[in-house]
Design a protein around this ligand. Structure first.
Ligand SMILES: C[S@@+](CC[C@H](N)C(=O)[O-])C[C@H]1O[C@@H](n2cnc3c(N)ncnc32)[C@H](O)[C@@H]1O
Length: 205
């Protein structure tokens, strides 16, 4: 499901009031941008934003930030938001590899939805559930560390469950035919093709 590159995507997303173009300026103080102390939940690899937008609309007492590496998918998210006015959602175009430059001890939950599986062993470090990413995430959380992962990819699922446990997380919910109230664009495609969705919720003190 490769997205066609949009030539002026960088400029288009900048026009959206939801896009925060200087995310590193808010490190440790995202609550000042939201103007409240509500919990902040982030989705890494937010794509066209369906999941995070419906989460934000339906949960006004939680703040959401969608993080996406590329501007092209974010054009889809900013378009969806054109006629919507919500205060509890922000989007950033940023590579999660440098996520510690953006957040510090202020996140309540991380969502990883249909993350790229990086099947080759030599690319394992790029998986968003690799030990090096889990190490980065440790510094983001305010209190308990909570991560939820959904994927169609069995290998990524097994790898992630093992890595979470090795890294001190407890698996508190696991489901290999998961049906979520909040779906993503990829999830909708998989469901319509009869593909099972794997889900895991993990926590660490
Ligand atoms: C397979 S798509 C899934 C998109 C969306 N979550 C969904 O389920 O419809 C994975 C997305 O993660 C983004 N992504 C991959 N690595 C990333 C990173 N290091 N930082 C931020 N986004 C990343 C990709 O650009 C892509 O849009």
């Amino acid at each position: 499901m490769r997205l066609k590159h949009i030539k002026n995507a960088d400029e288009i997303i900048l026009l959206s009031p939801y896009l925060i173009s200087n995310p590193t300026d808010y490190k440790g103080k995202w609550n000042t941008l939201f103007n409240n102390n509500n919990p902040i939940e982030i989705e890494i690899g937010t794509g066209k934003g369906k999941f995070i937008i419906s989460k934000a609309i339906n949960n006004p007492n939680i703040n959401y930030i969608g993080i996406e590496k590329y501007s092209t998918p974010l054009v889809g998210a900013t378009k969806k938001l054109e006629s919507i006015k919500i205060d509890n959602l922000k989007l950033i175009c940023f590579d999660a590899f440098n996520i510690n430059d953006v957040f510090d001890k202020e996140i309540s939950k991380i969502y990883l939805n249909f993350s790229d599986p990086w099947p080759k062993k030599r690319h394992a470090k790029r998986r968003l559930t690799s030990p090096s990413f889990l190490n980065k995430y440790d510094l983001l959380f305010k209190n308990d560390k909570i991560i939820e992962l959904k994927t169609d990819n069995k290998d990524l699922f097994e790898y992630s469950c093992v890595t979470f446990e090795e890294y001190g997380y407890n698996i508190t919910k696991i489901d290999t035919s998961y049906l979520d109230e909040y779906t993503t664009e990829y999830e909708d495609k998989f469901i319509s093709n009869g593909v099972n969705i794997n889900f895991v919720h993990v926590e660490k003190k």
